[in-house]
Design a protein around this ligand. Structure first.
Ligand SMILES: Nc1nc2c(c(=O)[nH]1)N[C@H]1C(S)=C(S)[C@@H](COP(=O)(O)OP(=O)(O)OC[C@H]3O[C@@H](n4cnc5c(N)ncnc54)[C@H](O)[C@@H]3O)O[C@H]1N2
Ligand code: MOO
Ligand code: MG
Length: 429
């Protein structure tokens, strides 16, 4: 008789896995390659930005006091004593009724405390030197970008573990990081099992299918921030699989297998764990799909046995592998981000297990709404194309209706959740 397995709660399963998660190391990455990596140190401003008072306009730098008596009828006249563009510094000092012609981004010259835009001045006859007329007053500090107004020295601008966005790349450049301390990506191996699997370039044959899970997982690893290493597909042959898993395990930080974790005659993963002497942390979870997801540990290394069923495989990765990768990359909230959204469709069928429905998250006239993204079986592959979220429907005796608010896990997200598994509430209106 087939082994009877006892399901554990999703939160307990995640906790067991995270007990083995470790932090990685830092490596220097050229700034131009750092997008999408994770910071291995806090990014701290080591100088003010801007680091000097500067002009936000093309205009003239003057002393505001010299404009105090100006009226429309009684314009002021200023003598232009120099000209500077961004990058140049005026060496003299602006005196009474004097001005320096200044371009956007140039440092405010000594003596000046205001800038007037070119358009508000009228150049006078050049015969008696460079002069212009001004018909309005200026306040001290008017049109000056002050030192430190953007950010002040000592400010933490991005925390260790932050995903490097284009904005963070700009800050890294601002503070002189031509090389960026990034988390070294964990190497995550992928190995598929199943005698039914064809290579992607093979024509279909009776009873066979193409191996889609491997390529899905390789992409999920990249999205989560890991370095994917593919070991190929193996037929359901116990001895060969044991050798392949052992060999792969030596080359990676964590090994994912797909297929062969259930109770079938050719589901060899349980036997493989036994032969390797690995500790099985769990082999049944109260969730759907992915109930057969099995995780074992050999020493400190994790072997994650994802289901062969594509949707189950997909969900298992996001719940159990993503946080290990992100934790390794110093992320402070490594789990899938949990938010709330409105259900866009009835889900009348009750299920005793928590369901993770592959879904598309959309703005429906300003309302964040989730729609199941298609065929909702563990074996489904088509519904994964549009799935940028998972609707969390807690197990119970009733179904769910269109318009209810539900918990939803966001997949195309870098912010994450510290621990999304508290307060998963049955949906409510
Ligand atoms: N008697 C029972 N049968 C099953 C149970 C159970 O509890 N008792 N659980 C079911 C559930 S739930 C799932 S999920 C599947 C899990 O199956 P395995 O993880 O053992 O995976 P396989 O048997 O190898 O394959 C299942 C299914 O997936 C297809 N597959 C496998 N690998 C790939 C791949 N790389 N790319 C695409 N598709 C793949 C495979 O052809 C099968 O159709 O077990 C249920 N059975
Ligand atoms: O492990 Mo299965 O995915 O619950 O259908
Ligand atoms: Mg099976």
């Amino acid at each position: 008789m087939a082994e009877k397995r006892t399901p554990i709660k999703v939160s307990d399963a995640v906790q067991k896995v995270m007990a083995y998660a470790s932090r990685g190391q830092a490596e220097q990455v050229p700034l131009e390659n750092s997008y999408g990596r994770f910071l291995a140190e806090d990014l701290i401003a080591d100088h003010d930005v801007p680091s000097f008072d500067r002009s936000p306009y093309d205009g003239f730098a003057v002393r505001a006091a010299d404009t105090a008596e100006i009226t429309r009828a009684n314009p002021g006249v200023f003598e232009v004593i120099g000209e500077i563009g961004a990058g140049s510094v005026f060496q003299g000092r602006v005196g009474q009724n004097q001005a320096v012609r200044i371009m956007t981004g140039a440092q405010i010259p000594a003596g000046a405390d205001a800038v007037v835009m070119l358009e508000l001045t009228k150049e006078l006859d050049a015969a008696e030197g460079k002069r212009f007329e001004l018909k309005r007053t200026l306040k001290s500090g008017e049109n000056i970008s002050f030192q430190g107004e953007d950010t002040q020295k000592g400010t933490i601008l991005a925390a260790k573990g932050s995903f490097i966005t284009p904005g963070i790349a700009a800050l890294l450049a601002t503070f002189g990081y031509d090389e960026v301390p990034c988390a070294k990506k964990p190497v995550i191996g992928v190995l598929a099992t199943g005698s039914e699997l064809l290579e992607v370039n093979e024509p279909l044959q009776p009873g066979k299918i193409r191996n889609s899970n491997s390529y899905m997982i390789l992409a999920q690893i990249e999205r989560a921030g890991g370095e994917a290493k593919y070991f190929g597909k193996f037929s359901d042959d116990l001895e060969q699989c044991v050798i392949a898993v052992k060999d792969a395990l030596n080359q990676v930080d964590l090994l994912i297998t797909t297929g062969g974790v259930s109770v079938g005659d050719y589901d060899y993963l349980p036997a493989i764990y036994e032969k390797l002497g690995a500790d099985v942390l769990f082999n049944k979870i109260a969730m759907r799909p992915g109930s057969v997801t099995t995780v074992a540990a050999l020493g400190q290394k994790l072997l994650v046995g994802l289901s062969g069923n594509p949707s189950a495989c997909f969900v298992g990765f996001e719940l159990f592998v993503r946080p290990v990768i992100r934790h390794h990359n110093f992320h402070r909230s490594p789990h899938v981000r949990k938010e709330k959204a409105y259900l866009g469709k009835d889900f009348p069928k009750a299920n005793p297990y928590t369901r993770f429905v592959r879904a598309g998250l959309h703005y429906d006239d300003g309302r964040l709404t989730v729609h199941p993204s298609g065929f909702d079986k563990s074996s489904a592959v088509s519904s994964l194309a549009e799935a940028n979220a998972l609707i969390v429907l807690p197990g119970g005796t009733r179904g769910y209706q269109d318009g209810m608010m539900t918990d939803v896990l966001l997949l195309d997200d870098q912010k994450g959740s510290e621990w999304p598994w508290e307060n998963i509430v049955p949906s409510y209106k």
